[in-house]
Design a protein around this ligand. Structure first.
Ligand code: TYD
Ligand code: MG
Length: 451
């Protein structure tokens, strides 16, 4: 075997150097350079190795063979994946330790095993532990091939021999390759192991799931080194202390991003929650000030969310602006709009904002709900019950329409809401069929009057 050449990679910026250095000349960070494998030089040089046209096809002549998708056994999970598991796809699933990654994947494997052969490679737990977990889960079938191995070459050798349709590598941080001396979990090891696995997956059309632990900084070990190499990136999220888990697609070459699935952790594994809208509402018996229900959109699905705000006299010189699940820059912006166009100054008030149930809202469609929640808390006046609110608030005080207004209204009606405060641009053309009374607003002043 040819000797592998070694190169030195900065763990911070990814710059490649010919020798080890204490400080990276590219980004200026100290002690970030580790060794990695240099690509082997091609024999013969130049580009003449293949006949000139081979591999070039007209887009119109590329065969449109239907991508066969394998169901993961859970309709919610399939939706997050864009319709099921695609052969040859490499998926990265990240999340805090103990959140349920191994549990979910074991359940998926048991479902897939009915259609394709699978392999579960564990580098973290012993086979006994895996067996115990499987017993606890009451899996529909126990004839799952499992392998306890962390050397990537040995794993690939097994894969070549068994040719499974789906492989789970739990976790990618425990894998290591002989080609490098650095410790498992270091960026160079991670990158090299993942690269080998991705090459194998594409060559053999095997679907591979890489499990990755999220480090304290919130990135999968190594600054996002794997995200660009894989087809699909899923993150497991949860609210501290809650038994609900959200799996969200943040990148997907085979489906929509931001698609999410909600699971509940029970004593027999993860159970999917098919009506998650109900989960993110606190359902007060009486309307309370500072709480407004909005309809956010996560991926292709509208979801009800309760936006809460608490406005309280500040004891500090600079009042606090704290947000959970919402963008704090957006809150500051809305407070400025409220002051300038609504004539309400909160300069001496602390403002806290939160989305119930640990949900995160990244879209501006929650603007109007957040603004009204703030005002409702400040004035100690509750919003009427049975109402939902959505709309983007512009800096000029206008209420802008949002995407998929009708879908949001339908979801709200489905959850039993009777009235909606929406931007004029989202007023449905035919109101009868939606089953919800709509009040359109064009300017911030109208929305404030409503409250
Ligand atoms: P696990 O899948 O091992 O997490 P990860 O692989 O992401 O590190 O999940 C472990 C947690 O889940 C652990 O705290 C126990 C809990 N759990 C249940 O509540 N019910 C179950 O049936 C199982 C298998 C685990
Ligand atoms: Mg695990």
């Amino acid at each position: 075997m040819a000797k592998t050449r070694v190169q030195y990679i900065c763990q911070n910026c990814g710059a490649v150097h010919a020798r080890w250095l204490g400080q990276c000349p590219d980004c200026g960070e100290w002690n970030t350079i580790l060794e990695g494998v240099a690509p082997a030089p091609r024999k013969g040089g130049g580009y003449a190795a293949t006949a000139s046209d081979v591999g070039v096809e007209l887009l119109s002549e590329v065969s449109l063979a239907d991508v066969p998708r394998v169901t993961s056994g859970s309709p919610e999970m399939d939706r997050v994946l864009g319709g099921g598991i695609v052969p040859g796809a490499v998926m990265l699933i990240g999340g805090d330790p103990g959140i349920g990654k191994s549990t979910l994947l074991l359940q998926v494997l048991a479902a897939v095993q009915a259609q394709r052969s699978t392999l579960y490679v564990t580098g973290e737990e012993s086979l006994t532990q895996v067996r115990l977990r499987a017993e606890r889960l009451g899996l529909p079938r126990m004839d799952l091939p499992v392998l306890a191995e962390t050397r990537v070459e040995a794993v690939l050798q097994q894969l070549d021999k068994r040719r499974p349709g789906l492989v789970v590598l739990d976790s990618v941080q425990t894998l290591y390759t002989d080609a490098l001396d650095s410790a498992p979990g270091s960026v160079s090891q991670l990158r090299e192991c993942a690269a080998q696995v991705v090459r194998y997956a594409k060559r053999s059309q095997t679907a591979v799931v890489l499990v990755g632990h999220v480090t304290k900084e919130g990135a999968i070990a190594g600054p996002r080194v794997l995200e660009h190499m894989v087809d699909t990136v899923l993150y497991f999220e949860h609210d501290a202390g809650s038994r609900y888990r959200i799996v969200r697609a943040v990148k997907n070459r085979f489906g929509a991003v931001n698609e999410l699935a909600v699971f509940a952790m029970t004593d027999a594994g993860l159970k999917e929650v098919s009506n998650p809208s109900a989960l993110f509402l606190s359902r007060h018996a009486e309307p309370v000030p500072g709480s407004v229900i909005s309809v956010s959109r996560q991926g292709s699905r509208p979801l009800l969310a309760e936006v809460q705000a608490l406005v309280d006299r500040s004891a500090l010189g600079t009042p606090r602006r704290v947000t959970l699940g919402l963008d704090s820059a957006r809150l500051n912006l809305l407070l400025a709009v409220l002051h300038r166009h609504g004539g309400v100054s909160l300069a001496d008030q602390d403002v806290f904002a939160n989305v119930v149930g640990g949900m995160k809202i990244q879209e501006p469609a929650a603007d109007l709900a957040l603004l009204l929640a703030v005002l409702s808390s400040f004035k100690a006046k509750a919003c009427p019950s049975g109402w939902v609110v959505f709309g983007e608030v512009g800096l000029a005080g206008e209420i802008r329409p949002v995407q998929a207004g009708e879908e949001r209204l339908i979801e709200a009606a489905k959850q039993g809401f009777t009235h909606a405060l929406v931007p004029v641009g989202n007023k449905p053309r035919s109101r009868a069929q939606l089953g919800i009374e709509v009040m359109p607003v064009a300017r911030l002043e109208q929305a404030l009057d409503w409250l």
